[in-house]
Write a protein that binds this ligand. Structure first.
Ligand SMILES: [Zn+2]
Length: 465
């Protein structure tokens, strides 16, 4: 048994970061208590419109550690040791006082959209609170009611942060990943980050259990944020034991502190199991393509599947070329955020299950008398040999199955356009290995549309009659 501390909504777009506050709380509390397990970074429903950032809450467990400890961070020149198990410490009130001091010191109270809260609980709220908060919408009242009698709740301002603070404590991981977060020295905050891109590539190749590090197509470093927050960079992966070594491969600005978080990032926990789908939900939708894709102003691509429009937005870049290649009859499955108005699915991932054959006219009919191709007389009007005047019906043209340039398999947006919670293809079941191949093919050949097929005389001759 341990004490569960949950914190949410302390940051703003202008700076700070709830995970930095977590390092300050860990630094303070580990002087008198032991850290139990990893600190947790819990992402909640990314579709909630009033959450402008990554919608991440933090949970820290403290107690009297039992068994061997392991190093999970370094803060202010001191290694942070964590224990697998622990006994509940005395003094919940005293712990809350210390947490309150730090929350009040570091939260962005002046930001009207920041409504901090923290909780110190002796017992986790029901798991249902987490699932509701990651997939749907939770009211403050509901979060309070299901957490009644489990400890102390401290809301500030309108107290909306209580929802995330309680939900982060309620998380019982089925699937999990880890992120080593590194932080900048105070004097470097809000200045440009110095990170050597070559070292990020080397790290990405040396540690295949990490993900979302680097976008090879656009040659972009993805481990560093662009906001003025104190984070220097974060490396995500499946194996926490290699993350410090991965961190040490990154060259450039030196982190002032680091801490490994256990997270629900990259797990698809936000994807609803099935209908009925609530507001702001992320769903799976499958069926046959009903229309040719349309391109909207701004470069967004829309295609209709089983009576729902799928939209791939411009920031998803080359991912749009997959959607553009779809034709009616293709079967697909998508994961995406459901938008009510206009009703559309914002694509996060797409599985091309099967594609239809598309015959395409590759040549006009052949006049064997004149050894010449006939000319078209207009749309659907047939053909005529200009030399001898012989007429040919529309069906006399030479058709061939064209290469679709689209292999069955899963496709995902480039690294920089992914959501924190989206499970990258790299983490999916080994049976999807072929999908990685499909994805690689796409990256090699980002060209749009259908590649032209060279006209083969043998094909034309066979169809001549
Ligand atoms: Zn002719």
């Amino acid at each position: 048994m341990v004490l569960w501390i949950g914190i949410d909504d302390t940051d703003s777009l202008q700076g700070m970061c709830t995970t930095f506050l977590a390092t300050e709380i860990v630094r303070d509390l580990t002087q008198d208590f032991d850290l139990i397990g990893y600190p947790r970074l819990v992402r909640l429903n990314p579709n909630i419109p009033w959450k402008t950032r990554g919608n991440g809450a933090v949970c820290i467990r403290i107690g009297e550690g039992e068994g061997p400890g392991s190093i999970v961070g370094s803060i202010a020149g001191r290694f942070i040791v964590s224990y697998r198990r622990g006994r509940t410490p005395q003094g919940m009130e005293a712990v809350a006082k210390r947490v309150a001091r730090l929350v009040e010191c570091w939260s962005r109270f002046e930001d009207p959209t920041t409504n901090p809260a923290f909780v110190v609980l002796g017992k986790q709220p029901t798991a249902g609170l987490y699932w509701k908060a990651v997939r749907g919408v939770v009211s403050k009242r509901y979060a309070r009611v299901v957490s009644q009698g489990r400890g102390l709740m401290r809301p500030y301002k309108n107290g909306r942060g209580l929802i995330g603070a309680l939900a982060s404590v309620a998380w019982r991981p089925h699937d999990r990943t880890y992120e080593i977060l590194t932080y900048r020295a105070r004097e470097a905050w809000a200045t440009n980050r110095q990170i050597d891109p070559g070292s990020v590539v080397r790290m990405d190749r040396a540690f295949p259990s990490t993900f979302n590090n680097y976008d090879y197509q656009t040659q972009q470093v993805v481990i560093a944020p662009h906001s003025p927050c104190p984070v220097l960079f974060g490396i995500r992966g499946d194996d926490p034991s290699i993350l410090p070594a991965a961190m040490n491969l990154i060259e450039g600005e030196r982190p002032e502190r680091w801490l490994i978080f256990e997270t629900n990032q990259g797990t698809d926990d936000h994807v609803s199991g099935g209908p009925p789908f609530g507001s702001w939900s992320t769903v799976r939708w499958s069926g046959a393509v009903q229309s040719l894709p349309r391109i909207l102003p701004g470069g967004h691509v829309v295609v209709r599947v089983a009576n729902l429009d799928f939209t791939a937005y411009e920031p998803s870049k080359q991912f749009r070329s997959v959607v553009r290649k779809l034709v009616p009859g293709d079967r697909v499955q998508a994961v995406g955020a459901m938008r009510r108005r206009p009703r559309t699915l914002n694509l996060e991932k797409l599985l091309v299950e099967s594609t239809v054959d598309v015959p395409q006219k590759v040549a006009n009919p052949w006049c064997s008398r004149c050894q010449k191709r006939a000319k078209s007389m207009g749309h659907q009007a047939g053909f005529r040999c200009v030399r001898c005047g012989k007429r040919f019906p529309v069906s006399a043209a030479i058709f061939a199955q064209i290469g679709r340039g689209l292999l069955p398999g899963w496709y995902e947006p480039p690294v920089f356009a992914r959501r924190h919670l989206s499970k990258p293809l790299k983490r999916m079941h080994p049976k999807f290995t072929r999908d990685r191949v499909a994805q690689n093919e796409l990256q090699k050949e980002p060209s749009v549309g259908v590649p032209p097929l060279p006209v083969q005389e043998s094909v034309s001759r066979a169809r001549e009659k």
